[in-house]
Design a protein around this ligand. Sequence first.
Ligand code: NDP
Length: 331
Amino acid sequence: MFNALYLEQTSDKRTTARLQALDDAALPTFDARGVAVDIAFSTLNYKDCLAITGKSPVVRKWPMVPGIDFAGTVSASDDPRWQPGDAVILNGWGVGESHWGGLAQKARVSGDWLVRRPEALSAFEAMAIGTAGYTAMLCVLALERRGVQPGQGEILVTGASGGVGSFAVSLLARRGFQVVASTGKAGEAGYLQALGATEVIDRATLAAPGKPLQKERWAGVVDSVGSHTLANACAGTRYGGTVAACGLAQGMELPLTVAPFILRGVALVGVDSVMAPLALRTEAWSRLAAEVDRGAIAAIASRIGLAEALEAAPRLLAGAVRGRLVVDVQR
Ligand code: NDP
């Protein structure tokens, strides 16, 4: 038996969530690719909170064990690429949405979905980084691939005090970029400066409808917010600059014009962590292992237990959580 968060849907389509003891035999099977993992740590991501609260229909099958990421150790494997004792990380692939996920002490997943945990990262560190830090690194890679380099100008990071934002600020600052952090939490200015932001701006300056073209300021943008914020970020991006869009904390809509693209050659690049190919994941995790600031991990991550994740979910959706919540599934 093992403990897991367990989501069910009522007949009137409400989500119920509780801590539940489950039988190992209930774990899903994956034919010749199945890998059983003893989970050490998972995290509480924005998407997990949508699943747990039922606020958005991210769960595709019921009942569901939420948790879009985990770090753990292989306990048994039908996949010849994985052996018992291997240290692994999983991010995405519909785990916690269509397949039972990481907010549990055990999982069984396809061997195709696992990444070998770099030796330089402990399981705790890997999940302190989690899907948020991995997505932040995918955004950094997206900017770099379009030629954005330190010295070209300021990089805007929106949703800066959140999980993706905090890691984006830290990773970019460590690579020598000049980072401007946009936040709704004035009280977190010191935290963001400690992560490496050279300037902290009020997100209200970006959150309302703005002009289609604005003063050219940003050489690059990492946006986890969407909506008017992303539209204003594009409108304020310098000639040839790149905007990496990965989130929708403000909203899914994107009310912008083509002006930044056709008059300034701005590129809007979508970043997806869920179905990203293995080679890109491996590159992102290896860069994270080499570049992540251990001090930043300590500042960004706090530790909670499985049951505590239930009450933390609505707080995170309300934007009231700073940084990342790492879930110790044994607690
Ligand atoms: P968090 O909740 O940790 O951070 C989101 C941050 O956005 C908040 O801390 C807040 O930062 C800001 N924010 C919240 N509400 C609003 C609002 N109404 N208007 C403007 N800003 C707001 O979430 P994550 O960092 O984990 O994820 C951020 C986004 O990225 C989410 O939408 C998530 O779904 C998405 N995501 C996408 C991935 C992908 O593969 N594309 C992977 C991971 C996440 P502040 O107070 O500093 O402004």
